[in-house]
Design a protein around this ligand. Sequence first.
Ligand SMILES: Cc1cc2nc3c(=O)[nH]c(=O)nc-3n(C[C@H](O)[C@H](O)[C@H](O)COP(=O)(O)OP(=O)(O)OC[C@H]3O[C@@H](n4cnc5c(N)ncnc54)[C@H](O)[C@@H]3O)c2cc1C
Length: 374
Amino acid sequence: MNSVPGAARVIVIGGGVLGTMHAVAARRRGFEVVQLEREPDARGASVRNFGLVWVSGRAPGPELDLALRARERWAEIAAEVPGVGFRPHGSLTLAAGDAEMSLIKEASALPDAPRRGYEVLDVAAARAVNPALRGEFAGALLCTRDAIVEPRAVPSALRAHLLASGGYRWLPGREAVVAEPHAVRDHTGEWHRGDLVVICSGAAYTGIAGPHLAACPVPPLRRVRLQMMQTRPFAARLTTAIADGDSMRYYPAFDLPGRRLLGPQTPAAARTRAQLLLVQRLDGGLTIGDTHEYDEPFGFDVDEDAYDHLRARAETLLGAPLPPVQRRWAGVYSQVTGDELYHRAQIEPGVVLVTGPGGRGMTCSPAIAEETFA
Ligand SMILES: Cc1cc2nc3c(=O)[nH]c(=O)nc-3n(C[C@H](O)[C@H](O)[C@H](O)COP(=O)(O)OP(=O)(O)OC[C@H]3O[C@@H](n4cnc5c(N)ncnc54)[C@H](O)[C@@H]3O)c2cc1C
């Protein structure tokens, strides 16, 4: 789409998925877009995540609505930009025993279960959906609305599409340091002026977002650190994403009476607040995580006990040894502390900060960007 002469101009700060989805949403409206990223390429949470477009665990009400709108937008975007690697494969949450199975049944009896595409499956039915599951589990929750994208490819694929369609400039290696009404100055001294500046600086709480965040009487955001790993290609093809029963301890959709009846986690899982999420990449490798660290300063190293736990849990469910691990990393996301779904604030006239979607940012970014321009 070419720019309309005299079209509005939007400056986007941040090259992660949230900033890039704002660039996509702005171009969709015919606005001219300039996008700045302080690193040579996206390096934050957006390229470190599972790439799960995760509807199944969202809280009922506005959070589920936002995720479902975003899920629709992901499918539309993928039709134009196949490089994002969108697969509408759904997910299976696998129960280890009776208490987890009861919680699955409780969640799937709720009125919004059909919107999530929930279906309770016994072991044979779960294996029919995903034949790679040859291990031990008691049953499963299928969520047909969940989907997968390729996190390492998403920002660059979207940018290539934007660059090809015109009206878009990508400025890597530029850190926005000062905001003034309708403008930002980058570290080279260049000013970038627009009708709207959208700052999607992720978990960077000093720098350009710092003065606004420091002035908030109650911190609206906190950071969360997660550990992840990726294996070499797994021999079998996984037809869905996989979660273990521990995931129901973290996702708000399962905040139901049955959650209080779940037994204790293993000591390593409890200490690192682990849940198993497992996604097969297009090359066959398995992205496996995660853990949750809330107290800063975060460790600068990774905890091997967490990886041992996640590996053992994955092997129990798959009934097969995992291939060797090829990569380990940690990532940090920005999460709102209150009831809002993400943090949006005008920090100067014509300058908005959008961050804090937490562990749902990859999922919800297309819908959040649409809300900014709505
Ligand atoms: C390990 C992990 C797994 C996750 N899994 C999932 C998942 O499967 N599904 C899901 O929905 N969500 C998931 N999330 C959450 C999701 O990744 C984040 O919510 C989302 O990526 C946030 O996107 P963002 O663009 O705001 O932040 P980021 O990706 O961190 O991008 C912010 C960018 O802004 C740049 N920047 C900062 N300050 C400036 C400045 N002053 N000037 C220029 N550039 C600047 C940074 O360099 C960075 O590239 C996960 C997160 C992590 C860490």
